[in-house]
Design a protein around this ligand. Sequence first.
Ligand code: NAI
Length: 584
Amino acid sequence: MKTRFSSAWEPTAKKEGSFTKMVTARPNMPIGRSNIPRGMDLLNRQGLNKGTAFTEVERTEFRLHGLLPPQVETLDEQLVRAYEAYRRKDDDVERHIYLRALQDTNEVLFYRLLLDHIEEMTPIVYTPTVALACEQFSHIYRRPRGLFISYPRRDSVAQLLRNRPNQDVDVIVVTDGERILGIGDQGAGGLGIPIGKLSLYTLIGGIRPERTLPILLDVGTNNAARLNDPEYLGWRHERITGQVYFDFVDQFVQAVKQELPGTCLQWEDFATPHARPILTRYRDELLTFNDDIQGTAAVALGAILGAVKVTGKGLKEQRIVVFGAGSAGIGVADGLRGAMKGEGLSEEEAHSRFWVVDKDGLLHSGRKDLTAEQGVYAQPESRVSGWPRTSNGRIGLTDVIGKIDATVLIGLSTVRGAFSEPIVREMARKVDRPIIFPLSNPTSRSEANAEDLIRWTDGRALVASGSPLAPVSYNGRNIPIAQCNNVYIFPAIGLGVIASGARRVTEAMMLAAARALAGHSPALKDSSASLLPPLNELRRVAAEIAFAVGVEAQKGGVAPKADEGELRQRVIETQWAPAYATLA
Ligand code: NAI
């Protein structure tokens, strides 16, 4: 779908004021006029290059005559040609390569093209196509973008950071390439993820492109295909592990604190055994968050809060079944529990609302195999003593749904078809609007397909999925299915922390983001609409979420005080929009 943006895009003048001075200055032009390079040097600067849109005056001033065809074009005219070239590509990887090349040539044109075709191109620059781009990274590599911080250079991490292409950085996305989307260890190829993700920080959050920095911590790879590939561009070595690994991560964090204090550091696609300890260790030490853990929880929470509002009940009245107790399942449960406590429930009351089931059945206090994070959700054994159990003593999902009046059922188990017809019908028999989220990815691992859920519940279920799904037509209605995609949250968090000058990302800020997202659920106005807003509204929604995040940061004492008007203004001014600056 094509979306047009116009005057709202023009960069606004930076406002001076006490609050403004406290946060980093962010000029409209990335470079002072006297420092603008001439000739080919200017055409090679993706942040300044306008290609055929350089005016006659600019061509004269910057010695571009002869280097460009004589016709001067507008950005809109360039967009037509760029889209034509994009459409000429045969497959998604080729489209990805084309867009990446455009990004490296002319950033304004790249982001404008993306914004005009946001529904069509987001899956090309990011998931799912970026997974293929990571797999083939060494084969499709063209030009440098971001930083490789590799273990063999561990003695000069700070120096590597000083080699960054731009001095001022607002957001870093860093990965070690070990758990890339659903395709596991990609080693150095994992850099494709921070690059893609930061494109969305800019596209949706409006973070200035030259103030983003993708980083790959190259700690080796255990992927035999990569190691044996003669074209592999990363450090050809098995992964470093244990204390050596954590020490290297710490060297990196200390160097970031020294070289780029105040920059938001987002951890991405680290394997679970590394992701949590890293987050726990650094979350109170610098401005940092892990999107896989916290962003996932916030978007799911946002969609659930929206669904709960549609049912007309409060969150604290819900009885929630989470199927799958891995990092995603526990993360989402943690977010919901925090929100329940925010609505006034005690720790014990909030805890009693959760029924978490993993491959060995319901989590309860009689089980000795639970991790500390899972143990939080163990129901007292006395509460389930008379419940039916399988021959090996497990209490399965069917038993839980049969015994309680579950109002929310969330799947993060990777078990295809686990939300069977009897389970869903039993749930729908007891509640008017069952909230059912089969969130496992990819679609082949989803706990249910949306069409079945709608049919088995006579169109009453409020559904969101992990992967994008087509709307379901039922009884003459077209029911859109929301996709719980983290893109609803992380660009807005970035915008919120930059605009507010926040020093930390707190759980309360993530919760505020989820609440703000829920407040923009289209289903609040029309109960058969999607639970989450369409992509082409995300820039606007991101600004609202960013504002809520900033307000919460101030409340929590991790951002300088500003009145609401000032903060709102700051969010608007921080949100960069792709329009050419007049250089001469
Ligand atoms: P994980 O491997 O950490 O956890 C999987 C959990 O499922 C484990 O607790 C396991 O015991 C449970 N499980 C496996 N087989 C089961 C069975 N037969 N019955 C009951 N439980 C079973 O995986 P992680 O990272 O938690 O991801 C789970 C799924 O969630 C993946 O498909 C992932 O793609 C999806 N996901 C979706 C997101 C979204 O929609 N935004 C975000 C993050 C993850």
